[in-house]
Design a protein around this ligand. Sequence first.
Ligand SMILES: [Zn+2]
Length: 139
Amino acid sequence: MSSQETMKFGYVTYEEVVPIASEFAKYLEEGKIMGNRCKKCDTKFLPPRSGCNKCFSTDMEYFEVKPEATLRGFTVIHFAPESFSDKAPYIVAVGELENGLSVLAHLVGVTSMPDVGMKMKLVPQKISKDRIVYKFTKA
Ligand SMILES: [Zn+2]
């Protein structure tokens, strides 16, 4: 892959794309949701980080995250920032995955108010030629 074709994670990029973000986007493109863990203190991250914010170690390793999640909370956004205004109203949800990992993502495909505790799935979704995100769908 040339640098022009590198897949980016997220709707917008505020910072320089670091290697770990490109790796994460590449895994998403392959349909895999990869978190990483600190090999020193076992703290887990999703999206993955290049270093641990608990013990400051940079000795990290990937693990594949099962997509099954439980809805723990959500909000319906009616007044969106300009870059998301064409998507409003939309739901931003907090889902709990295995290992107690919490993830914030759009919840799509629901036609009524979701119930906390609802089973969901975290799925990669390409949103443009060079951008990929993950979203929750109803399981
Ligand atoms: Zn650590």
